[in-house]
Design a protein around this ligand. Structure first.
Ligand SMILES: CC(C)=CCC/C(C)=C/CC/C(C)=C/CC/C(C)=C/[C@@H]1[C@@H](COP(=O)(O)OP(=O)(O)O)[C@]1(C)CC/C=C(\C)CC/C=C(\C)CCC=C(C)C
Ligand SMILES: [Mn+2]
Length: 420
């Protein structure tokens, strides 16, 4: 009964009666009668709604996501409930997880159908993947090194995804960026559709076409990354963290969602697929927040401020302060709060890494540890991210590799309590 009242009080826009009934049904089967925690109930209800929308059954542990970085429901001054960016993104997570689960119970029609006769020269695919590997090595040595531990199929797939992401980013950040218009991005998206239906435009696209024929990868995160690049063309300010979160999902959280189907979940893992996807998303968000904090000065010189405007104002800082680039106490305490939030996302990602298949864990741990150290370097620079670039030195980078390897040997987090 309490669930029904709360469901009504959430008054979600667009909530049909049928959906509300479904949600109520799912919800009442999981919500303990004696649960008096209102916040928890609200999350259960929202979660049930999502499951009702997707028509999948939740695992009980998945219902209560209590991470403090999340705010599922925002209430407008008029008292209307609005779904936050996090909630919208979580819907994508659920969809991706459902696709992977369906793939694990083999159903051939869910695998993208790619014609066998890709028009490539003899040995073409081999060369295409080889070139992807070269590009990955050139731009991202640590990722590349990490992929060397993976099985050959997985390694090549990650290279192909990496190259597509890199090329997408280059469109708006590369040497021809000033010529890029929204219609160029539309054409890039058309190319994406084509390669997903087995009609690659060039050899690098062909490698990705082949990859998506082998792994249950959905097109949505790729489309969303292009959407992030579109937003980079039209937007230089972010009103609040909710807007920034959405941007981070588009350009980086998507990478996590693209990678999980390739990296694979450890067969012994007891974690839900959704929780692994959530962790992958969190790692992307954490990386991008870190990128943003490292590049404040560089972005400001291009007229861009990715930091949440409302939080800047709350700290007594203006755009002018960012452009002037003087490290003050106000700036230091603002930065402390931002760094703390980025670390929370890294923490959220950590558990998920342990659930990945053994050979995929090392590169992910390495990238997590290395990226997180950038935050330590910003602190070591006394928060001067205006004129000093936080940089993790070679020795620290090298040290992170064996540490990452050690962590990759730990048993999945989901098994630890069950074996006590
Ligand atoms: C369960 C669990 C934790 C699974 C792991 C999931 C996983 C592999 C997550 C990866 C997260 C990740 C590496 C995200 C990339 C974030 C990132 C750096 C995004 C950058 C966007 C644009 O930012 P900006 O323009 O501000 O930055 P630059 O100044 O240009 O650097 C990106 C550049 C988007 C493009 C992203 C890439 C080129 C990286 C793609 C990487 C992979 C596909 C490899 C991932 C594999 C490993 C081994 C980590
Ligand atoms: Mn970039």
């Amino acid at each position: 009964m309490a669930a029904i009242t709360l469901l009504r009080s959430a008054s979600l826009p667009g909530l049909s009666d049928a959906l509300a009934r479904d949600a109520q049904h799912v919800c009442s089967s999981f919500l303990p009668n004696n649960n008096n925690n209102k916040e928890k109930k609200r999350r259960w209800i929202l979660c049930s709604l999502k499951y009702a929308c997707l028509g999948v059954d939740p695992a009980p542990g998945e219902i209560a996501r209590t991470s403090p970085v999340y705010s599922s429901l925002t209430v407008t001054p008029a008292g209307e409930a609005v779904i936050s960016s996090e909630q919208k993104v979580y819907d994508v997570v659920l969809k991706q997880a459902a696709l992977l689960k369906r793939h694990l119970r083999p159903q051939p029609h869910t695998i993208p159908i790619i014609p066998k006769d890709l028009d490539l020269p003899r040995n073409g695919l081999k060369q295409a993947y080889h070139r992807c590997g070269e590009i990955c090595e050139e731009y991202a040595k640590t990722f590349y090194l990490g992929t060397m531990l993976m099985t050959e199929d997985r390694r090549r797939a990650i290279w192909a995804i990496y190259v597509w992401c890199r090329r997408t980013d280059e469109l708006v950040d590369g040497p021809n960026a000033s010529h890029i218009t929204p219609s160029a991005l539309d054409r890039w998206e058309k190319r994406l559709d084509d390669l997903f239906t087995g009609r690659p435009y060039d050899m690098l696209d062909a490698a990705l076409s082949d990859t998506i024929s082998k792994f249950p990868i959905d097109i949505q995160p790729f489309r969303d990354m292009i959407e992030g690049m579109r937003s980079d063309l039209r937007k230089t300010r972010y009103k609040n963290f909710d807007e920034l979160y959405m941007y981070c999902y588009y350009v980086a959280g998507t990478v996590g969602l693209m990678s999980v189907p390739v990296m694979g979940i450890a067969p012994e893992s007891k974690a839900t697929t959704e929780s692994v996807y959530s962790a992958a998303l969190a790692l992307g968000i954490a990386n991008q927040l870190t990128n943003i904090l490292r590049d404040v000065g560089e972005d400001a010189r291009r007229g861009r401020i990715y930091l949440p405007q409302d939080e800047l104002a709350e700290a007594g800082l203006s755009d002018e302060d960012i452009f002037n680039g003087v490290v003050t106490n106000k700036w230091r305490s603002f930065m402390k709060r931002q760094i703390k939030r980025a670390r929370m996302f890294f923490e959220e990602a950590e558990r998920g890494v342990t659930e990945l298949s053994q050979a995929s864990r090392w590169p992910v741990w390495a990238s997590l540890l290395l990226y997180r150290q950038i935050l330590d370097e910003i602190e070591a620079n006394d928060y001067n991210n205006f004129t000093k670039r936080a940089y993790v030195g070679k020795a620290k980078k090298l040290l992170a590799l064996p540490v990452a390897y050690g962590r990759s040997l730990l048993m999945p987090y989901s098994l630890r309590n069950s074996q006590k």
